[in-house]
Design a protein. Structure first.
Length: 256
């Protein structure tokens, strides 16, 4: 009996030490969270797709039970459309406080520190890569190559995807209302077998996932399989109920 008690005590100590290594200590979190939350609020102020909330859905395929928000939004002036373009997208964005905790705990796990140089690097990465927006499904316009030329990128589960049948994609880069609605409910069967590699909200890659010990085969040679969508969806859903985000921790491990 004494031996069992000793073993149980050792297990408890190990679990406690592991928790200390992966999460910011309570007092440090309490003292630092308000300022970090304020900094993260400025990130989410850049969430340009959260213009007009249409509704909140809890039964979207693959995201059942999650309060996913459907938004309509307008781009800036588009030189090819001679005006703004209309977009529709399902978003599942964190609150400023949740984003702050994700960043702080990722820095702590990787560096055992929440020094400004680490937290700010992660905060800026989120700001510039996504504005804290996680597109569950729909169109995301970006003027990446020329100002005023907004290209419609399709997203599913936080990753860029491409349609198997290109006739459903707007050839003139100006999606119709029916096309926008179709993009909101794309299934895997509608998509090409390979996806983009960057996962919102911090642009985690499948290569980083594998390097961090990920077991699911998400790479087909140099290409990224649809299994990456499953991994990103699973990790992000878990993160939205937690103070930790595995996708962000994977990025931090590779980048800080």
């Amino acid at each position: 009996m004494k031996r069992i008690v000793i073993l149980l005590s050792a297990v408890i100590v190990c679990v406690s030490l592991q928790a200390q290594r992966t999460k910011v200590p309570r007092r440090l979190m309490r003292d630092s969270l308000p300022v970090m939350t304020e900094r993260c609020a400025r990130v989410l102020e850049a969430a340009y797709m959260t213009q007009r909330l249409i509704r909140v859905d809890r039964d979207l395929e693959g995201w059942e039970g999650c309060p996913v928000s459907l938004y309509e939004y307008d781009t800036g002036y588009d030189s090819t459309a001679c005006g703004p373009k209309l977009g529709k997208v399902y978003l599942y964005n964190p609150t400023p406080e949740r984003l702050a905790k994700w960043i702080m705990n990722a820095c702590w796990k990787v560096k055992q520190s929440i020094d400004y140089r680490y937290t700010e690097r992660m905060r800026k990465q989120v700001l510039y890569q996504s504005g804290g927006q996680f597109p569950v499904s729909g169109v995301v316009y970006e003027a990446m190559y020329r100002a005023g030329d907004y290209y419609p990128y399709l997203f599913k589960d936080g990753v860029t995807v491409w349609l198997a049948d290109s006739t459903y994609f707007a050839a003139d880069k100006h999606p119709t209302e029916s096309q926008l609605d179709f993009y909101l409910h794309m299934t895997k069967a509608d998509l090409k077998p390979h996806t983009g590699k960057y996962a919102r909200i911090i642009s985690t890659t499948p290569q980083q996932y594998v390097a961090a010990g990920g077991k699911v085969p998400v790479l087909d040679g140099d290409a990224v399989s649809q299994r990456w969508l499953d991994i990103v969806r699973k990790m992000y859903k878990k993160a939205m109920k937690s103070d930790r985000n595995e996708l962000m921790e994977i990025w931090a491990e590779a980048s800080l």
